[in-house]
Write a protein that binds this ligand. Structure first.
Ligand code: ZN
Ligand code: ZN
Length: 338
């Protein structure tokens, strides 16, 4: 089968590799749609701790069961499925405390290689984080399950959802826009700040109540939320945005730091505001099985529409060009088809 490998930063290779055989409890999935992701882009640009090089590439996918290993009862060959690429062990000290996203072993069974014809799902993922795809949902939409699960995890942590609440989102890439559609579906007012005019237009199309460039943020937020935002959500992975987030928060607000910074980076915050204005700083990493379940429901019940986030469709050979476009800030997510 054909599989795209990330060989080195800036370099992918189309390889021919054997189709894996599913063992006990495993599923072989024919990939029907895969998506590019911000993590893929980072890995392609400068390498990534969680994506070994050289190695198979791509982790957001949906597909059809090509073969089921012995002992699999829930799925049969031909079934359309949606899944995420990890599952917690349910057994380590963090899993026992319910912090499944922080499972010590969660990355052990991680599936990479969605930019390829087949992926093999290990038993743990089959048991915990694989679902039947409803007919009405396209494979392209179903492939959003992983990024949406991440966003659901963050939003659940914020406990956002009251009508009359507002959120300010920094960054209108895939993660910022998924926050936008989810928070709008929950009835919040939402504003988006991003330097890209095309992304601001898309934010408006997706229901943003305000969309503005960073240089206009101060004035625009004064109009959008005169007290400051109830929730400030950072989706840029940039230190200056982490640092400036409290400036836009109302007293008692929650600030979600979603975009990871490079290891070793330090951030300075105004301690006076954090204390006397009782700001809550939060971060969010990965997702728990309950977030995946919730994301499956959001997609299946069509409570959110992810289609406008698809910027184009390309082949495995065209994937690198798609990443190049993303690096220039063009497009949100590309569908990769074999
Ligand atoms: Zn992803
Ligand atoms: Zn665990």
């Amino acid at each position: 089968m054909k599989q795209l490998w990330l060989a080195a930063p800036g370099k992918t290779e189309l390889r021919t590799v054997p189709v894996p055989e599913p063992g006990r409890g495993e599923l072989l999935i024919k990939v029907e749609a895969a998506l590019t992701c911000g993590t893929d882009l980072k890995a392609w640009q400068r390498g990534h701790r969680l994506i070994p090089m050289p190695g198979p590439f791509g982790h957001e996918f949906s597909g059809t069961v090509a073969a089921a290993g012995s002992g699999v009862r829930k799925f049969r060959p031909g079934d359309a499925v949606m899944a995420v690429h990890t599952a917690p062990c349910l057994d380590c000290d963090y899993c026992k405390k319910g912090f499944y996203n922080l499972c010590r072993n969660i990355m052990d069974t991680k599936v990479l290689g969605a930019f390829g014809q087949y992926v093999l799902l290990p038993r743990r993922i089959v048991q915990v984080n694989t679902y039947h795809k409803p007919k009405a949902l396209s494979f392209e939409e179903a492939a959003f399950l992983e990024p949406l699960s991440c966003v659901v995890h963050g939003v659940e942590r914020l406990e956002a959802g009251g009508k009359g609440e507002n959120a300010l989102i920094f960054g209108a890439g895939p993660i910022g826009l998924l926050h936008l559609v989810l928070l709008k579906a929950k009835g919040l007012r939402a504003a988006v700040c991003d330097p890209g005019p095309a992304r601001l237009r898309l934010s408006k199309k997706l229901g943003a109540d305000a969309a503005f460039r960073p240089e206009d943020a101060k004035k625009a937020v004064e109009r959008f939320a005169p007290l400051g935002a109830d929730y400030v959500i950072e989706c840029t992975g940039r230190r200056e945005v982490w640092q400036s987030a409290p400036e836009y928060a109302r007293r008692g607000a929650k600030i979600m730091l979603f975009g990871g910074l490079k290891e070793g980076m330090q951030v300075a915050w105004p301690s006076h505001r954090l204390h006397y204005d009782e700001l809550t700083l939060m971060a969010s990493f990965h997702f728990c099985p309950r977030d995946v379940r919730l994301a499956v429901r959001l997609l299946s019940e069509r409570r959110i529409d992810v289609k406008p986030l698809i910027s184009g469709i390309c082949t495995l050979a065209g994937a690198e060009r798609a990443l190049g476009r993303l690096a220039l800030g063009r497009g949100i997510k590309y569908v990769i088809k074999t």
